[in-house]
Design a protein around this ligand. Structure first.
Ligand SMILES: Cc1cc2nc3c(=O)[nH]c(=O)nc-3n(C[C@H](O)[C@H](O)[C@H](O)COP(=O)(O)O)c2cc1C
Length: 384
């Protein structure tokens, strides 16, 4: 299929998904100003082009965590990915592996971590949400290690369940409850409904052994019951001692937190505000990136996400100091709009956009772009 840009995918995804599913994917916390701020900040950053450079041959290859990736971006962890489309998670992991980029499986995914490790050996990262019971955390970490994962992303920006108003208004539950409103949505989206019902309503297969959902619960209730609001630096230290692979902390926005993470021996940070899904008033990630880079020094791996909607955004992130980028909603819009086969097309689109942008501004590879840092801020830094 011919995808012109990510913005074309969202309205199509909206038409193809029942409202409560689209709202789960698209929505954010509170007024959703944070979601809009993330995207706007990327749009408003400009790149200063250099001319008269031979850019005929361009290379997006990027080194991170001891290996080369085909492009400087990967796929962010998305909980309930198979709700967007049956077997979406396997399809996206497979497409990422075939393209030589990483896929991150969420703790709250609907495919087992063991299965994804088989589909994307060496290309799969595992995202960890810690639960209340230490022995459960130890068990899932051990499973990830046994399955061959060597990169663990610990998400720390969900100390509490957020108030996502669309989910609250829709009374979004898993498994969903067939109320008259939900029935109408299912009837008016027959393709999604039949395929999803045939595949079986998605379950939290990685964690149900620890916290079986005894009954239907709202997402907020489920998360509130599982999230451990007291996870702190001491716990991070213990996890660092426990996990032998690369440990990356996802969801940091403060420079001092990133510096402390580095000092603790973690291997990188994902500068993220969870795509505006946790704290509505969080600054845009691209706006805090420069101060974080200054605090952690030039070598420490910084990955960024939240608001990335094009290959051009990927290039801006690198030019502003990131080593790598994660793509969240954009991938899910593609799969929702065109089915799982679109995962590969979306990756190709982002690679094409990034490569053209790189050439357009007069660079031929990622290291030279990163060292030149040709970004210009069109807004005052404090407006983040
Ligand atoms: C529907 C949805 C589910 C998500 N689930 C998770 C999750 O389970 N774990 C996690 O660390 N982040 C999760 N995130 C956050 C993403 O990993 C990523 O930080 C965010 O989507 C980036 O913003 P973007 O969507 O604007 O690209 C989720 C995001 C969305 C949109």
């Amino acid at each position: 299929m011919n995808i012109a840009c990510v913005s074309d995918l969202r309205p199509r995804a909206k038409r193809r998904l029942p409202k409560f599913v689209f709202d789960y994917l698209d929505g954010g916390a509170g007024s959703e100003a944070g979601v809009r701020r993330n995207e706007r900040a990327f749009d408003e950053l400009t790149l200063k082009p250099r001319a008269l450079v031979n850019i005929e041959t361009r290379e997006l290859k990027t080194s991170l965590f001891g290996r080369d990736w085909a492009a400087p971006f990967g796929i962010a962890p998305i909980g309930l990915g198979n709700l967007i489309w049956p077997r979406a998670e396997e399809a996206i992991a497979g497409a990422a592996a075939a393209s030589g980029i990483p896929y991150t499986l969420s703790t709250a995914a609907n495919t087992t971590l063991e299965r994804i490790a088989e589909i994307a050996p060496g290309n799969a990262w595992f995202q960890l949400y810690v639960s209340k019971r230490d022995e459960d955390v130890a068990d899932i970490v051990e499973r990830a290690e046994r399955a061959g994962y060597d990169v663990l992303l610990l998400t720390v920006d969900v100390p509490l369940a957020a108030r996502r108003l669309r989910d609250i208004r829709n009374n979004f539950m898993v498994p969903f409850k067939i109320t008259p409103r939900v029935a109408l949505e299912l009837l008016t989206h027959p393709r999604w409904s039949l395929q999803t019902l045939a595949a079986g309503v998605p379950r939290f297969v990685n964690v149900e052994k620890y916290a079986p959902m005894v009954s239907r619960q709202s997402i907020a209730a489920y998360l509130t019951s599982e999230i451990r609001g007291r996870f702190d630096w001491d716990d991070l230290k213990k996890l660092r001692e426990r996990w032998r692979g690369k440990l990356v902390v996802k969801g940091l926005m403060a420079a001092q937190d990133c510096a402390r993470t580095r000092a603790m021996g973690c291997d990188g940070v994902v500068v993220s505000n969870h795509g505006g899904r946790q704290l509505d008033s969080a600054p845009a990630t691209i706006d805090v990136l420069p101060e974080i880079r200054a605090a952690v020094g030039p070598e420490f791996p910084l990955i960024i996400d939240s608001g990335v909607r094009s290959g051009e955004h990927v290039i801006k992130a690198l030019a502003a100091g990131a080593n790598f980028v994660l793509v969240g909603r954009a991938m899910m819009y593609a799969v929702a709009a065109h089915g799982p086969a679109a995962a590969k097309d979306l990756i190709e689109l982002l690679i094409d956009e990034a490569s053209r942008c790189l050439g357009q501004i007069g660079y031929t590879d990622v290291p030279s772009l990163r060292s030149a840092s040709p970004v210009m801020r069109t807004r005052p830094r404090s407006s983040g």
